[in-house]
Design a binder for this molecule. Sequence first.
Ligand SMILES: Cc1ncc(COP(=O)(O)O)c(C=O)c1O
Length: 489
Amino acid sequence: MDLLITLDNHSPLPLHQQIYEEVRQAILCGKLPPGQRIPSTRQMAKALGVSRSTVTQSYEQLLSEGYLETVIGSGTYICTQLPDDLFDSQPVESIEKNNSAKIKFSEYGMNLLQTKNVPILNEKQLEISFRYGRPALNKFPIKLWKKLLDKYCNTSLEWLDYSTEPLGYKPLREAIAIYISRVRGINCEPEQVLITNGTQQALDLIIRLLIEPGNIIALEEPGYVSARLIFQAYGAKLLPIAVDESGLIVNKLVHSLEKENIRLVYITPSHQFPTGAILSLPRRLELLNWASQTGSLIIEDDYDSEYRYGDRPIPALQGLDNHNSVLYVGTFSKVLFPSLRIGYLVIPKNLVNIFARAKWLSDRHLPILEQQVLTDFIAEGHLERHIRKMRSLYDYRRQVLVKALKFHFGESVEILGDKAGLHVMVRLNTNMSDNEIIQGAAKLGVGITSASSQYLNPNIYGEFIFGYGELDEEQLVTGVERLTQIIKG
Ligand SMILES: Cc1ncc(COP(=O)(O)O)c(C=O)c1O
């Protein structure tokens, strides 16, 4: 295999680092495909005119980061299953090198070029994938959805035109306001509901409107990586706050050195992502009290609170707030399907106008037809019926998964979190690295995700997120059984 590597003797980067970067880039942009054998250190050293130890140093780094794997007696290969936190972004230098017309990027653009994991490309389809956050798509009532689509397609042409409502289709905002006030205890008028392109757009708009580069955002550690990536792209300074079995340790936040300067707190109180903890009531009250005193705002991401098995759901933080401190974010990605790309942001009244303007400038509005269909789906009771059905299915799937994990791994496994959601976080007591486990599992057709990418400062290993929403009983049991072939204590 030939690979063009250009080394620059005048570069401040040492030669082994240059080789590392070039091979890494070749892997990430697909020039070196998974499974491809690469030259031995001896061949590479000869081809580049450098010492073998220089090449060995760069290969070792690539091996430890999970880009390469060695097969004893055969050689060194590009990993067949690249770990989660590999991504397709190139460092600024290499993009500029490839760009004859040296483009000047904004600060946002520069940050984005240097941000790992955008987009997150960790999802090779394997036979059994414990992907997180996926509902059981094969249980979605497609016929019913189609019937509603037909109805709106045929009765009026309104859905073909621009909407004049920057906040979103009014009947949908009304239906959502009624629904979330009843099931989540949210205090709002339909005029405070902004229909967004999922949680992701809600977060993007919030940060665009409220954060300057260098402003401080506190967030859970570990926490939802896709939220963190937005904050980082806008240049926010991140303040990670640890979580325990009762959720965010609010005490650490309110006593942090930065406590007076925190602009925003991003939190998943109903089902902490990824640990699954539920923020206790005393902590909720302490957080709201602190926010009202400091003027900080709280982003409440309520992404899967519909799925709670056993106990009654705890009402949302927003419903306890008397000081307009909470921006509440909900989504239909888990209760319906992710490609619908419909979520909602409940905005304090004094901020509605500015959010409506930002949304309008950003993308005008979402497709009207899907909003019309979703309105009926909610108003006619289909949504809650579907959620009820799915709740008992996921409850069962969770039990199957937990039982299989405990049966096969016994004392070596700790299952975190409350009985809720579509995933569990699991701590495995093993000497193997996360990459060894992921790669070993992939060879057996099983996909699992390390929780390390959900940490801002990853220094904990052996934690995995197991999504179970889309796997049936047999897949769950077989998937865990196969893991026993590779995970050793
Ligand atoms: C914490 C959290 N928030 C929100 C979402 C959903 O995002 P979206 O509404 O953009 O699909 C997910 C999906 O996995 C999530 O894990």
